[in-house]
Design a protein around this ligand. Structure first.
Ligand SMILES: *Cc1c(COP(=O)(O)O)cnc(C)c1O
Length: 422
C-alpha cells in the first residue's frame, strides 16, 4: 500500500471536513495530537463567549431571561444540542457539572442498595476520579468499598465483554464503566453490556469522556440508564468547560440524589418553596446555578459538531488512526513500539496508544520538536489525530519526526520521568 506523503496529501484533498481546520486556533509550528485531553479553541467557541459576555454587559441581571442565549435556559439548550451526539432525546440530556460531580449525582440517584444487592461493578482500568467517586459513594451509604466495589480484571490494557458479564452477580446493584478506555482506547460493547445487565435487574451507566464527539452512540436504542461526560476533550469546550449527563426517560420523575434549586421544574423554581418539585426530565439532575461562562464556548463548538455530523467525524477519525498505525508498522520498524490499542474499527476509539519502555522521554523529545502527544504512566504514548482539525499530512510529518528522534536517539537527552501534568 502507498503510505507516503503523496498519499497523505491525496487523503487530505478528498477530506470532506478539511475546511473546519481553518476555524481553529492551531498553535504555531505545532502538530497537536492531544485533542483527547484538551481540544483546541475554535473561532466559533470564542465568539460564543463574547456573545455571553455581551449579554452580561448589556442586560446585567436580566441576562437570565434576555439576550441571545438567556442563561436560565442555557443548560437545557446545550443539552438539546448534545443529544444527537449520544443518540438520546433532547430532554434526556443536560449540560451541567463536571464528569466527577455528575458521576456523584448519578450514583447518589441510581445506587439504591437493597437486600443482598449492595455492590457496584466497575473495572480496574477506569480513570482514577471515577473510582474515587464510586468508593466515596459507597462510604456515604455505610458500605465498605473493599467489599462492595468489584473491579473487573483486564488483560493487556483491555477488558473482555464476557469477563464483565461474568462479574454481573446477584449482589450487584449498579454498573459504571467507561465507553472508551482512556489508555488503550478500547470501545466497550455498550449495547451487549446493557442488555446483559438488564437481564439481571442491574442498572448500568457509562462514562463517555473519551467517546463523546469522537464516535456515535445510540444510548436510547441500547437502553442505557445513564451516562456522563466532560466537554473539554473531543468537544473542544475549553479548560474546565461544563460537563454533561444523560438520563433515560424511563427514570424521569424521580427525585435526584443530590438536590438543589436548579433541580426544580422551571415554573416552580422561583416560588421559593421548601418542597422541591423536580423537573420532569434530565434537568432535574442539575444542582445549583449553572457556570454560564464555562458553558458558553459550547454554543459555538457544539454547533460545529451538529453541522459536520458525528458519522463523518468518526469516518475520518478511523482513517486517520488507520493511517497512523500503518505508518508505525512501516516507518518505525525495529524501534520496539507496540501498538497497544485494539486494531478493529469496531473496538478502536479516537486515539492510537503506543507502548515503549522509553515513552516518557520520547514524549518530551516529540514536544521539543513541536509534536504534542500525551504520556500515560508508565510506558504509554497517546496520539489523537482529531477529525475536525488534524490532517493526514500531519500524521505523516509526526511519524517522520518520531523516526528521526529514534534514529538519532534524541530522546536520550531527556530524563525518562513524567512531569507533574502528563
Ligand atoms: C477526563 C476524564 C475525567 C475527568 O473528570 P473531571 O471531573 O472532568 O475532572 C474523568 N473520567 C474519565 C474517564 C476521563 O477521561
Amino acid at each position: 500500500m502507498n503510505t507516503g506523503i503523496k498519499h497523505a496529501r491525496h487523503l487530505d484533498a478528498q477530506d470532506e471536513l478539511k475546511h473546519y481546520r481553518n476555524e481553529f486556533y492551531i498553535p504555531k509550528d505545532t502538530i497537536y495530537f492531544d485533542g483527547n485531553s484538551l481540544g483546541l479553541l475554535s473561532i466559533r467557541a470564542e465568539q460564543a463567549v463574547d456573545t455571553i459576555m455581551e449579554s452580561w454587559k448589556m442586560h446585567a441581571i436580566d441576562g437570565w431571561t434576555e439576550g441571545t442565549h438567556p442563561w436560565f435556559y442555557l443548560s437545557e439548550k446545550l443539552g438539546k444540542m448534545s443529544a444527537s451526539l449520544v443518540g438520546a432525546k433532547p430532554e434526556e440530556v443536560i449540560v451541567t457539572g463536571s464528569t466527577t460531580t455528575n458521576l456523584h449525582q448519578l450514583v447518589a440517584s441510581f445506587f439504591q442498595p437493597e437486600g443482598n444487592k449492595t455492590k457496584i461493578l466497575a473495572d480496574e482500568l477506569n480513570f482514577p476520579s471515577d473510582i474515587y467517586a464510586l468508593k466515596s459513594q459507597l462510604k456515604q451509604k455505610g458500605l465498605d468499598p473493599e467489599e462492595h466495589l468489584i473491579q473487573v480484571k483486564s488483560t493487556n490494557n483491555t477488558l473482555d465483554t464476557q469477563d464483565i458479564i461474568d462479574a454481573m452477580t446477584d449482589d450487584v446493584a449498579l454498573i459504571v464503566l467507561p465507553s472508551i478506555l482512556y489508555r488503550s482506547g478500547q470501545i466497550l460493547d455498550m449495547q451487549t453490556l446493557t442488555k446483559e445487565a438488564h437481564k439481571r435487574g442491574i442498572l448500568i451507566g457509562f462514562d463517555l469522556c473519551h467517546s463523546i464527539g469522537s464516535i456515535p452512540h445510540q444510548l436510547i436504542d441500547w437502553g442505557v440508564d445513564f451516562a456522563f461526560w466532560c466537554t473539554y476533550k473531543h468537544l473542544n469546550g475549553g479548560p474546565g468547560s461544563v460537563g454533561g449527563l444523560y438520563v433515560n426517560e424511563k427514570h424521569f420523575g424521580n427525585d435526584p440524589g443530590l438536590a438543589g434549586w436548579f433541580s426544580s421544574s422551571k415554573e416552580k423554581q422561583f416560588d421559593m418553596d421548601h418542597t422541591l418539585t423536580p423537573a420532569d426530565d434530565a434537568s432535574a439532575y442539575q444542582i445549583g446555578t449553572p457556570n454560564v461562562l464555562s458553558a458558553a464556548p459550547l454554543l459555538g463548538s457544539l454547533e460545529m459538531f451538529q453541522e459536520a455530523g458525528i458519522n463523518k467525524i468518526r469516518q475520518k477519525s478511523l482513517q486517520l488512526t488507520n493511517y497512523l498505525m500503518k505508518l508505525v508498522e512501516t516507518e518505525l520498524v525495529g524501534f520496539t513500539f507496540t501498538i497497544a490499542n485494539p486494531r478493529n474499527d469496531n473496538t478502536r476509539g479516537g486515539h492510537v496508544f503506543l507502548e515503549h519502555p522509553e515513552a516518557a522521554r520520547i514524549c518530551k523529545a516529540l514536544k521539543a520538536d513541536g509534536v504534542i502527544p500525551d504520556f500515560r504512566n508508565p510506558n504509554g504514548i497517546r496520539l489523537a489525530p482529531v477529525a475536525l482539525y488534524n490532517t493526514f499530512e500531519e500524521v505523516w510529518q509526526m511519524i517522520q519526526i518520531l523516526k528521526t528522534i529514534m534514529n538519532e536517539e534524541r530522546y536520550k537527552k531527556f530524563e525518562n520521568k513524567r512531569g507533574v501534568i502528563a
